[in-house]
Ligand binder design. Sequence first.
Ligand code: FAD
Length: 291
Amino acid sequence: MTFGELYGDGSKPVISFEIFPPKTPEGKSKLMRTLEELAEMRPAFISVTYGAMGTTREGSFEIASRIKSMGVETASHLTCVGSSEAELNGILTDLGERGIENIVALRGDPPAGKQFVAAEGGYGHANELVEHIRRFEKQNGGRFGVAVAGYPEKHVEAESMEKDMENLAQKVRAGADAVITQLFYDNSRYFDFLDMARGAGVQTPIVPGLMPILSSRQVVKITSMCGSSVPPDIMERLERCESKGGDPAGVGVDVCARQAEELLKAGAPGIHFYVLNRASHVKSVLKRLGL
Ligand code: FAD
């Protein structure tokens, strides 16, 4: 099923997970066990990141194929990094042959401390990648579900929220079926973003991306890289718990469950959980939500 079909129904929240391909053979066999646990939670789809954490494209597509063979819908992330138009055509053909129906289309990140540079004969922004996918379909048939990234707290490189929103609207106009957001811990950021996006003419589902916090150190590291903020009351709760020798991941589950509950009550189309290749935390969150 494509994103259009998954989000089109609207009868129940679309719960999805995001995983990344591990670097080592041990990590890979551990992920295979985790995938079984994730599949038991019956997500609408599990997406697999691309190129991040030093992994290869083949690793991503192989895992996505594996998910599909487990009877769970999947989505492959695809970035502009390192691929010319001709190489992208090869990748899209490969994805089609593997029966992968959904793509999360992204620009990708530059190496730490550097500016993004488009590959020779390739693209510099996600809107061009979405256009490329839609052009490829016209020439070769088929239709991928395509999602793009949205940033409730602004993309780190964008000069303003307004400019970032114009760019989001442009990539949705290029043919995206859905927007999946960067992780956030303050729901008011999502609600403001949603209003702004609707005002800018973005009518696709805008799916909140949530990541259960594992520890204060981990959340500070991740949010400093992606430009999201952590409300002070959440940091205080984590630090208080850690100083008493408690398990901060328990606080993380509580924070995530509260966020998800409020978002779904307010009509969010679903939740995309960044599960960091672990099943237990998201399982606790879904249990709390009765899902
Ligand atoms: P773009 O939409 O191209 O935006 C990048 C910047 O350029 C923004 O500041 C934007 O405002 C600006 N911009 C956009 N279009 C234009 C234009 N036409 N002209 C001028 N400026 C423009 N990274 C990975 O490497 N692999 C992954 O699998 C991956 N998965 C992700 C999944 C999600 C849901 C999210 C939210 C992020 C993911 N990322 C991944 C990170 C992502 O690659 C980075 O955030 C990257 O820096 C931007 O990607 P983008 O697709 O948003 O880029």
